[in-house]
Design a protein around this ligand. Structure first.
Ligand code: C5P
Length: 210
């Protein structure tokens, strides 16, 4: 199993970057749950401050481009890919080599999209099961449905990131699973480890159904 976790960092200059508040806890909880079920697990993680789960091999990366390279390198060994990472959607095309100096005038940053790793995997997944995440403010179901179709996933885990106590950085999560069968499963709020187990229960059902 190949799992991505955490945010990515996209440099603006030698000392600054664009990122987000993802902690990597959901991805690491998935890795721990999968390893406990006997899976051989590789995690590709952005900058996170977590101890690696026992028995899991962790590859640390920084940018979306580095995450893409590591994921493609390890894809051949994987039969299940779970993309829990909150990959930055935009980056500065050519970050400044030094530190950008402060001036009095406004500064405009021009951003370009990062490579969409999940969409790329969707096009080349073969028999693999592919799980994406949709971190949303507001009802995650419509976006999760859209991502399921547009990125070729078997399941998309929708989670709200605008509520206290769940989502980015939190210990708990409350998610909705949108399946390629059209089924939608709302899981009750629980620890990320518990949520990880419920995600795998559903994923295995889906595998046996296909
Ligand atoms: O489109 P959006 O970023 O909301 O989609 C989230 C899902 O897509 C997550 O599973 C995330 O890991 C993946 N993603 C990706 N590469 C990107 C952006 C998102 O793999 N550049």
């Amino acid at each position: 199993m190949l799992i991505t976790a955490g945010p990515t960092e996209e440099p603006l200059d030698a000392v600054r970057f664009l990122s987000n508040r993802s902690s990597g806890k959901m991805g690491y909880a998935l890795a721990e749950a999968a390893a406990a079920r006997g899976a051989r697990v590789t995690v590709v993680a952005g900058p996170v401050h977590l101890d690696p789960p026992a028995g899991v091999s962790v590859i640390k990366v920084r940018t979306a481009e580095e995450m893409r390279a590591a994921v493609l390198e390890h894809l051949p060994e994987a039969t299940i890919v779970v993309k829990a990472a909150a990959v930055a959607d935009y980056r500065v095309p050519a970050p400044a080599a030094g530190k950008i100096k402060k001036g009095g005038a406004r500064l405009t940053l021009e951003l370009e999209p990062t490579p969409d790793i999940l969409a790329e995997l969707g096009r080349m997944k073969g028999n693999r099961l592919l799980v994406g995440f949709a971190a949303e403010t507001g009802d995650p179901i419509p976006e999760a449905r859209r991502k399921l179709a547009s990125k070729g996933c078997d399941m998309v885990v929708g989670n709200r990131v605008d509520r206290e106590g769940t989502g980015f950085g939190a210990e708990d999560n409350e998610v909705v699973l949108v399946m390629r069968t059209g089924e939608v499963v709302a899981l009750p709020r629980a620890s990320k480890r518990e949520v990880a187990d419920r995600i795998f229960d559903r994923l295995l059902k889906l595998r046996h159904a296909s």
